[in-house]
Design a protein around this ligand. Structure first.
Ligand SMILES: Cc1ncc(COP(=O)(O)O)c(C=O)c1O
Length: 384
């Protein structure tokens, strides 16, 4: 078994950058570049034959790989452009009625999700402040419950089991957005009994943009007919029939021509996650986020993300005075992390991060504060 630190050589950016922004854009695996070149070579050499030699099926073959990472059986997960599209496909399977037209969700949902449901003229959105309030708000009028596994702003893990139990008691369906958990926090969509799960690959999966995914509970899938659809969802797409006949399994939720180059790029990151195993990644993540919290406490900074390991995702948010300017100075020192207004600097180590890098970022924050190096950025960040 390879040591986690051995994987550093798989990520070229680590040679010159302290990369602690994996909750936003995961580092690129070296192999992703080769796979994109492979895509171009296939297009050049095989031309149209490439469709029959794997391209057409990529949303499903790659979806099965993501499925293995999220505890989904083969044939239940397909690749899509992004979460906005995946959630729109889910929504298109339902017809709100006056008796059941509510979408109950948490304020902490990602904007793609919030905006989509807000924009629907025939649903009533009920916004809740936390997962406890959400459970209370679900009733017989609830159609859908779109939730996040790990909230993007606070990095807090949500009580998915309780929400699913309550939703199913009243006949509502849960759509789990696992973008901020997949690849860093164990997720088993089958054990959780969620009806739908969505996510993407830009973050902890290190799979790059254009690789969203959608899981649909297999027994439910066969009963649904999405109205947001396309020819890839047809049982016999190349028969070009005049009427829709839905394919079975994950294919029935597909739309049009797939995003082939993105799908080539994505598997490099998934291969590494599968090789290492998510349980091992989580143990290391909890150890490293513990270390970060300890270092930040010792330096007298606040922690704006959960301290409780059971509620902690992969990111630690460190709060201190003038953190936007401190963050700007960190990036000039080749330390990449980000910040959220009102919260603090977000630090997201991954399995290839060394403990020394974590000590380095906290030391550098201390140096920036002590020397006043952040002063020169105060006016610039105030303008943004
Ligand atoms: C929880 C969560 N959902 C969704 C997204 C992205 O949505 P989309 O794939 O529509 O860009 C993000 C971040 O980019 C996120 O953190």
């Amino acid at each position: 078994m390879r040591e986690l630190l051995d994987y550093r050589s798989e990520f070229p950016i680590l040679e010159h950058t302290t990369y602690l922004i994996n909750h936003s854009l995961g580092a690129m695996p070296r192999a992703a570049e080769e796979r994109v070149a492979d895509y171009a070579r296939t297009w050049r050499e095989r031309g149209i034959r490439a469709w029959g030699e794997g391209w057409w099926d990529l949303p499903l073959t790659v979806g099965d790989q993501v499925g293995r990472i999220i505890g989904a059986p083969a044939g239940t997960t397909a690749m899509h452009q992004n979460v906005a599209i995946a959630e729109a496909i889910v929504l298109s399977c339902f017809e709100p009625t006056p008796a059941r037209n509510r979408v109950v969700y948490e304020r902490g949902n990602f904007p793609s999700v919030r905006y989509l449901y807000q924009a629907q003229r025939d649903v009533e959105v009920v916004v809740c402040e936390n997962d406890g309030e959400l459970v209370e708000a679900i009733d017989e009028r609830t159609l859908l419950v779109p939730i996040s596994h790990v909230l993007f702003k606070s990095g807090e893990i949500q009580d998915v089991g309780r929400i699913v139990e309550r939703a199913h008691e009243v006949g509502a369906h849960v759509v789990l957005d696992a973008y901020q958990s997949v690849g860093i926090v164990p997720l088993d969509v089958t054990a959780l009994s969620v009806d739908f799960a969505v996510g993407g690959s830009v973050k902890w999966l290190c799979g790059g943009p254009g690789n969203g995914w959608l899981y649909v509970r297999p027994d439910l899938a066969e009963r649904l007919e999405p109205t947001f659809t396309g020819w890839q969802a047809h049982e016999a797409p190349f028969a070009f029939e005049e009427e829709m006949r839905y394919a079975s399994g994950a294919a029935r939720f597909l739309t049009g021509t797939p995003n082939v180059p993105a799908l080539y790029a994505g598997t490099a990151g998934y291969d590494l996650i599968e090789e290492i195993g998510i349980e091992r990644i989580r143990v290391n993540s909890l150890r490293q986020t513990d270390l970060l919290i300890e270092l930040a406490d010792a330096a007298g900074y606040g922690i704006a993300s959960p301290r409780d390991p059971a509620r902690r995702g992969g990111t630690v948010t460190v709060h201190l005075e003038e953190f936007p300017a401190v963050h700007k100075e960190l990036s000039e020192r080749q330390i990449l992390c980000d910040f959220r207004p009102g919260a603090g600097i977000r630090i997201g180590p991954h399995y290839f991060t060394s403990d020394d890098e974590l000590r380095h970022v906290v030391d550098q924050i201390g140096d920036i504060v002590d020397t006043g190096a952040y002063h020169r950025h105060l006016r610039v960040v105030a303008r943004h």
